[in-house]
Design a protein. Sequence first.
Length: 147
Amino acid sequence: MPHNTEVADRVRAALTGREVREVKMFGGLAFMVDERMLVCVSAGGSDLLVRVTPDSDAQHLQEPGARRAEMGEGRSMGAGWITVDEEVLAAQEDFARWMQAALDFHAQGSGTKQRSKVQTTQDQDDVGPSPRSGRPTSHPLVPGTGG
């Protein structure tokens, strides 16, 4: 069963003025801002999967119609992932509050991909001395470092 187009249209309207990409994800339609998922309209209904800040997670779970998101029965998605029942989203004020919660999460920069611990060649351009020998560090991908 496809996602609810009415809820998707409300999400689009709430994100007017932002660069948004829509992606089929989690069996529904996810709305990506800055390549990070903001919310997802669930397939088979009008529930909304919302990402919230970790420090507000417990508070949001106390709100009517909110529950821990699951990826399949009994498989919690963890803190910061909340599913909001479609009945709660009927009131524009409640819908707007959940959208704001997702935008607050996004504003913190949360959900960004962590930079790999392996440095890129560009990062290696400023190869300094080895802490042990005082000689320049060598790297096989960086010309002129003896690697």
